[in-house]
Design a protein around this ligand. Structure first.
Ligand code: SDX
Length: 390
């Protein structure tokens, strides 16, 4: 009908799909994947098991787990031709710009023989993406620092393999400490899925037209890039460095509260959570553990972050608006301690979230569906005639 629809800018109160993957209770600060609390998954599971769970709906049996690991290992390499694709980018390109391009380019390698209506084909897409994202992410970094690409090592764990591709060179091996591998895996796990966030909704919408899934994931990467979404982890670290000293915190708090100033406290606030983001709690604990194990618990940025959190949580402005730290408030400090450069933070979010994106894409295509097509409230000119004298 004409004009008979609800107006909901930003989709604050519109459900666009049914889903069985992830449940969030924003008032209570609860996050469940396929029913399992995020705290328990972070503590007892690992990233690949969570990938299996998100994709298939159940935890794997030991046999299924072994087969899944084998399958992922079989797909870790990318086509040798992709290394040529990297070389077209300026060396100082932001790694997220490169990721949009190279992940989208995978669609050229897997298109003609791909039938998205075939459940097995969809599964293989997911395996390829889970396996290749760490390889592509590490290639972005190697390209930016002018080092040769490192091939994946299938005898290592998922996180260990990623860190090795980042930090080893052909002339020097890199022994990944178990502490860092565990911290890396935990960051992957905490970012794996978060129901209909902007990037996942983008992947679903792009996918709803029947487009190639690798191209849809590239669309998700683009949506994730912005500082209001996945780009926040990079922005948090930049902000903490800019604050520089605890004595400068009040000035930044005042700016965040000033309606005339576009500055916002990065890593704070969330559309759905009106309580602590449960992932932020686990992240903070992980941050303390990792820094203690590395003997750098007096890290000045961590001190600033903790003080900033404390001040914000007691400030009337933040209390009234129910603004709490989100998943990315503490992740950057851990990533920095691991040795990951700031401009790679959002790439790591993209790598981790790929399983969420592809699980939602798969769920969309597994159920009755139709193309996504929002409506609008037209506020432009009414009809008028083209000038006769032109
Ligand atoms: C992620 O959706 C997901 O699930 C995302 C995510 C995922 O896993 O996929 O959880 C990942 O994207 C985390 C969010 C990362 N972004 C940031 O940390 C950037 C800083 N935060 C904000 O820009 C903001 O809080 C958002 C984008 C997260 C949420 O935006 P909303 O829901 O549109 O909230 P809003 O802008 O309408 O804010 C409501 C009020 C406003 O004040 P008033 O106009 O009512 O006076 O709160 C204020 C806002 O100005 N506000 C902030 C603030 N966040 C909100 N004020 C200062 N600093 C902030 N960070």
């Amino acid at each position: 009908g004409k004009g008979l629809f609800t107006y909901d800018p930003g989709f604050v109160s519109t459900a666009a799909c049914e889903s069985q993957i992830t449940y969030i209770d924003g008032d209570q600060g609860i996050l469940l994947h396929r029913g399992y609390p995020i705290e328990q998954l972070a503590e007892k599971s690992d990233y690949l098991e969570v990938c299996y769970l998100l994709l298939n709906g159940e935890l794997p049996t030991p046999e299924q787990n072994k087969a899944f690991h084998n399958t992922i290992s079989n797909h870790t390499m990318v086509h040798e031709q992709l290394s040529q694709f990297f070389k077209g980018f300026r060396r100082d390109a932001h790694p997220m710009a490169i990721m949009c391009g190279v992940v989208g380019a995978l669609s050229a390698f897997y298109h003609d023989s791909l039938d998205i209506n075939n459940a097995h084909h969809r599964e293989v897409c997911a395996y390829r993406l889970i396996a290749k994202m760490p390889t592509l992410a590490a290639m972005c970094y190697k390209y930016s620092i002018g080092q040769p690409f490192m091939y994946p090592r299938n005898d290592r764990s998922y996180a260990d393999n990623f860190l090795r591709m980042m930090f080893a060179t052909p002339c020097s091996d890199y022994e990944v400490s178990p502490v860092l591998a565990r911290a890396m895996d935990r960051i992957f796990t905490l970012h794996a899925d978060h129901e209909q966030n902007a990037s996942t909704s983008t992947v679903r919408l792009a996918g709803s037209s029947g487009a190639n899934p690798f191209a849809c994931i590239a669309a998700g990467i683009a949506a994730l890039w912005g500082p209001a979404h996945g780009g926040a982890n990079e922005a948090v670290l930049t902000m903490l460095e800019e604050i520089g000293d605890e004595s400068n915190i009040p000035e930044f708090i005042a700016r965040a509260k000033d309606p005339e100033d576009s500055f916002r406290l990065m890593g704070f606030g969330h559309r759905v959570y009106r309580n602590f983001d449960p992932r932020a709690k686990v992240m903070k604990k992980t941050c303390d553990e990792v820094l203690a194990e590395l003997g750098i618990e007096n890290d000045p940025l961590l001190k600033i972050a903790k003080r900033l959190e404390q001040i914000a949580l007691e400030d009337e402005y933040f209390v009234k608006r129910q603004l709490y730290p989100n998943v990315d408030f503490y992740s950057g400090i851990i990533l920095k301690a691991i040795g990951i450069p700031t401009n790679m933070f959002t790439v790591i979010f993209a790598l981790s979230r790929t399983i969420g994106w592809i699980s939602h894409w798969n769920e969309f295509h597994s159920s009755p569906n139709r193309i996504g097509r929002p409506r609008q409230l037209y506020t432009g000119y009414t009809q008028r005639d083209y000038p006769a004298d032109r």
